[in-house]
Design a protein around this ligand. Structure first.
Ligand code: ATP
Ligand code: MG
Length: 563
């Protein structure tokens, strides 16, 4: 990273440059105050992490503050469950709003007053066109819009009708309050945008107090203004809304924050639309919002990703002014990099094959010393029991080994990690002809994994002592979607047709070393030679369930090397 890189917001970027300039010129009196403004209509996803890291990170970097604000203007889609999960998730990511938790709905009274102010100034009117008519009158990018026949109502009429809208006299959708700007404006957002709509719906915080609700555009900038935000950082799709953001601040004569847009995060094989994620949950394509295959932060967390890894990823992807799509492998790279450093290594066998060491004394148990993390000697060592009957991975044995297969096979000698050399002498098969047990002999002189006579083996495999093994379930994951761009819908189908039917594989007969007994949910491990795994919260009362966090192979590291 460059000299000016920040651990939270990464190398220098244009937003930081704007802030630095503003600090120099004293534009906001030397203050930096940002906010993260989620709508509580779903769970946060990895795209939101980018925005969270940016907003909280910039505030931290410049000694400023960052608020958490719920943009809750749509009672039909918003719920307390989402509010709770968002609060929990932002904390988990490692950020703190220091008590500045706000809700746009807390500003409804103020917004209503401001609407009245615009009506009195002749800059807003009640319109009786239906939503469909409003859309038709709006015109297109090449044609100007048509003025509403209600545009020239008197201030008194408008005040009266707006008050009655609020009082609940009119049905949903029958009227709106609109800003009187310019139906011929090049920017469609300035063609008399709707400020308020009628919606007889209970709000998760204000209950039935209101039956008119402000639109996003009439809420967001004013909320920023009330909170005295300096830099209102949002994604590129709001660029066309900035003139309206500015218009409201100017015409209301209120404190005016600066809106700055950056590119949305998109990832290959991943969907980041809350609407589509909700559909996956509702239609049962996944086990819930926190299914480890989901790109939600709660899913990612359950999968075993660390907040540090996500923050590193966000710092490294940077921000720009053009949308693109990043490789999912890049996110996984940051997860591996972090887990490789901190995850304890243990031995686990996912698809067990019994191995009997015929010349090892029956009933004897030895404690083998195993290294907890070769990357970090301070993590120490532990004892792993070794005995006559073991489990190894089925794929570590082949009765007829292909060329270049150096693991166990008849007559072949291999090293058991932290233990001995063993040599396969015979196999036992079931009636279907499948190998169900492998017989071996061991060389007692090779304890610790080296032969005193200097002879070499080409392979080292992991194992678990059968008598000491703990039963476990492992959930293995592939990408949730098999198409690189899951939004690319096949003809006649929706995006769910792009789901990968093999995204989840459950192995119920795994054997893990006894040190894993009672491992707490969300504890992360590296299963030797297999990959990163994390204890699932479904574990408990004797049951042990692991989620596969990531495979060992790092495709992104390879790509990076080539770049
Ligand atoms: P969706 O379109 O899926 O509903 P949204 O943008 O409406 O997402 P919000 O809850 O409004 O979701 O988002 C809160 C903040 O997070 C906004 O400032 C938004 O710009 C930002 N954000 C949302 N998605 C992404 C993304 N993919 N990358 C970066 N920032 C994002
Ligand atoms: Mg939004």
């Amino acid at each position: 990273m460059s000299e000016s890189a920040n651990p939270l917001t990464g190398p220098s970027n244009f937003i930081r440059d704007i802030i630095k300039e503003d600090l120099k010129t004293g534009k906001f009196g030397g203050r930096v105050h940002t906010r993260f403004p989620p709508e509580p209509n779903g769970y946060l996803h990895i795209g939101h992490a980018k925005s969270i890291c940016l907003n909280f990170g910039l505030a931290a970097e410049f000694g400023g503050q960052c608020n958490l604000r719920f943009d809750d203007t749509n009672p039909e889609k918003e719920e307390q469950e989402y509010v709770d999960s968002i609060i929990d998730t932002v904390h988990w990511l490692g950020f703190d709003w220091e008590g500045r938790l706000y809700y746009a709905s807390d500003y409804f009274d103020q917004l209503y007053e401001w609407a009245i102010r615009l009506i009195k100034a002749g800059k807003a009117y009640v319109c009786d066109l239906s939503a469909e008519e409003v859309r038709r009158y709006r015109g297109t990018l090449t044609e100007p819009g048509i003025e509403s026949p209600y545009r020239n109502r008197s201030v008194e009429q408008n005040l009266n009708l707006f008050e009655r809208m609020r009082a609940g006299e009119f049905p949903d959708g029958s009227r709106t309050l609109r800003t009187k700007i310019d139906m011929a404006a090049r920017n469609l957002n300035l063609r008399d945008p709707v400020m308020y709509r009628i919606l007889h719906a209970s709000h998760h915080r204000t209950g039935d107090k209101w039956c008119i609700y402000p639109m996003y555009d009439f809420t967001h900038g004013q909320s920023d203004s009330i909170e005295r935000i300096t830099h209102s950082i949002c994604t590129l799709e709001f660029e066309d809304h900035r003139p309206l953001y500015d218009w409201y601040c100017e015409n209301l004569g209120i404190y005016h924050p600066q809106q700055i847009e950056f590119d949305r995060l998109n990832l290959s094989y991943t969907l980041l639309s809350k609407r589509k994620l909700l559909k996956l949950v509702q239609d049962g394509h996944v086990r819930g919002w926190d299914d480890p295959r989901m790109p939600t932060l709660s899913g990612i967390r359950r999968r075993g990703y660390t907040p540090e890894a996500i923050r590193n990823f966000c710092a490294n992807i940077g921000v720009s002014k053009t949308n693109g799509t990043l490789e999912l492998a890049m996110l996984e790279h940051f997860v591996r990099e972090d887990l490789n450093r901190r995850g304890q290594r243990v031995m686990a066998v996912l698809r067990p094959l019994r191995v009997v060491i015929d010349n090892y004394p029956n009933g004897e148990v030895e404690e083998m010393e195993a290294v907890n993390n070769p990357e970090d000697s301070s993590m120490g060592t532990r004892k792993v029991p070794f005995s006559r009957v073991l489990y190894i991975e089925q794929e570590d044995f082949r009765e007829e080994p292909p060329k270049q297969y150096y693991r166990l096979s008849p007559g072949r000698e291999v090293r058991l990690r932290y233990a001995y050399f063993i040599k396969c002498t015979s196999v036992v098969k079931n009636e279907k002809g499948e190998v169900v047990e492998v017989h071996c002999t061991y060389d007692s002189a090779t304890r610790g994994g080296n032969a005193p006579d200097g002879r070499k083996v080409k392979s080292t495999i992991h194992w678990v002592s059968a008598a000491h093994a703990i039963e476990a379930e492992a959930r293995l994951y592939e990408n949730l979607f098999s198409k690189e761009n899951p939004n690319d819908e096949p003809q006649g189908n929706d995006f769910t047709a792009n789901l990968n039917p093999n995204s989840l594989e459950v192995l119920t007969n795994c054997k893990v070393e006894p040190s894993l007994a009672g491992a707490a949910p969300l504890t992360r491990f590296q299963f030797e030679r297999l990959g990163y795994f994390c204890v699932d919260p479904d574990s408990g009362s004797g049951k042990l369930v692991f989620n596969q966090t990531a495979r060992l192979r790092d495709t992104w590291a390879k790509i990076e090397k080539r770049l």
